[in-house]
Design a protein around this ligand. Structure first.
Ligand SMILES: [Zn+2]
Length: 300
C-alpha cells in the first residue's frame, strides 16, 4: 500500500469514529524525534540519542543527584545552556498539530505522554491538562529542601547573572563562568522568606530517580477510564519505555496504532500479523508527516 492510500485509510478511520458525534480516545507517546526537526538535541545527557559528553563530563557528572550535591554550579551551568538552546528553538509544525489535537475537544480526547523536556509542547500551545512530561521539563525549577514543595515553571533566561549561557555557548573551549558562592545560583524564594537558603534544582528526572508516581497514575487512569481507540507513537521507538509498555495495553484493548517516525518500526508493524490491530507507519520527518495526515481532519 502506498503512503497516499494509507493516509486516506487512516483519515477514513478518524472520520468514521467521529461520525456519530463521538470523540476519539487517543494516547500519544512522544519522543525526541518530534523535536529533532526544531534542531533540539535531547536534553537527557547519556540517553541513546542525546549528548554523550559535555566538556568531557558525562551524565554521571551532570545528570544525577550526587552530581548536583557535589557540584551544583557545574550541573546548573549545563542545564542553563540546555534551557538557553531550547529557548532558541521554535516549535515545529508537528508540535503545532499535536497542540491543535489537544484542544480539539469535540472530536478528540487526547492525552500526550512526552519524554521531551524542551518546553516545545508548552510553547506550541498544547493543552497543559492533557500533557504529561514523564522526564520533567528544563523549564521547571524545584526546591531541594526536603520539607519544601516549591516548584515553578519559568522561561526566564538566564536564571541568574552567573548562569548566562551566551557567555559560554559558542565553544566548549570557552571558559565557564566562575561560580564561587551558592548565592550565584537559583535559590528558593519560599525558603528565603523563612530565612533559609536552599538551592533550586532543574525539574528534570535524573538517572537513578524514579518517575513521579502521580504521572504514571494519571496515565493509567486515562487508559482505564477511556477505551483507547488510537495510539500515536511519535518520534520514539517501541523499545523506549513507556512506549513499550503501552503498546501491549492498547493492542489488548483493540485499539489501533499509528507510528510517525523517520524509520519504519518493523516490530510495531509485526503486531498486525499476530492480532486484529491495525498499524499505520507514516515514515518521515514528523514535522511534515503529522500535518499531512491530520490537517484535513483538524480543519473539517
Ligand atoms: Zn524551598
Amino acid at each position: 500500500m502506498d503512503s497516499m492510500d494509507s493516509i486516506q485509510e487512516f483519515q477514513k478511520f478518524l472520520y468514521d469514529k467521529t461520525l456519530d458525534g463521538r470523540r476519539i480516545n487517543v494516547l500519544a507517546l512522544v519522543g525526541a524525534g518530534l523535536s529533532a526537526p526544531s534542531g533540539v538535541i535531547p536534553s537527557n545527557i547519556g540517553d541513546t540519542d542525546g549528548d554523550n559528553v559535555w566538556r568531557n563530563y558525562s551524565f554521571i557528572d551532570l545528570a544525577t543527584l550526587d552530581a548536583f550535591d557535589s557540584n551544583p554550579a557545574l550541573v546548573w551551568l549545563y542545564y542553563a545552556l540546555k534551557r538557553h538552546q531550547a529557548l532558541k528553538a521554535e516549535p515545529n509544525e508537528g508540535h503545532k498539530v499535536l497542540a491543535q489535537l489537544s484542544n480539539l475537544n469535540d472530536k478528540f480526547n487526547l492525552l500526550t505522554i512526552s519524554q521531551n523536556m524542551d518546553g516545545l509542547h508548552h510553547r506550541s500551545g498544547h493543552n497543559r491538562e492533557k500533557l504529561l512530561e514523564f522526564h520533567g521539563s528544563l523549564f521547571n525549577v524545584k526546591c531541594t529542601n526536603f520539607m519544601c514543595y516549591y516548584s515553578k515553571y519559568t522561561l526566564k533566561d538566564p536564571l541568574t547573572d552567573s548562569l548566562d549561557a551566551t557567555k559560554y555557548e559558542d565553544s566548549e573551549n570557552t571558559q565557564l563562568p566562575t561560580i564561587n558562592s551558592l548565592d550565584q545560583l537559583p535559590l528558593c524564594p519560599e525558603c528565603l522568606s523563612n530565612g533559609e537558603k536552599y538551592l533550586l534544582r532543574p525539574g528534570v528526572i535524573w538517572f537513578g530517580e524514579s518517575l513521579p508516581l502521580y504521572l504514571i497514575d494519571q496515565a493509567d487512569e486515562f487508559i482505564i477510564e477511556n477505551d483507547i481507540d488510537l495510539l500515536l507513537v511519535i518520534g520514539t521507538s517501541h523499545t523506549v519505555w513507556p512506549t513499550s509498555s503501552y503498546i501491549d495495553v492498547i493492542k489488548n484493548n483493540g485499539g489501533y496504532i499509528a507510528v510517525f517516525n523517520i524509520v519504519e518500526d518493523s516490530e510495531i508493524d509485526k503486531i498486525k500479523e499476530t492480532s486484529n490491530t491495525k498499524v499505520w507507519n507514516f515514515i518521515g520527518d514528523c514535522s511534515i508527516t503529522l500535518p499531512k495526515v491530520f490537517n484535513s481532519f483538524i480543519n473539517s
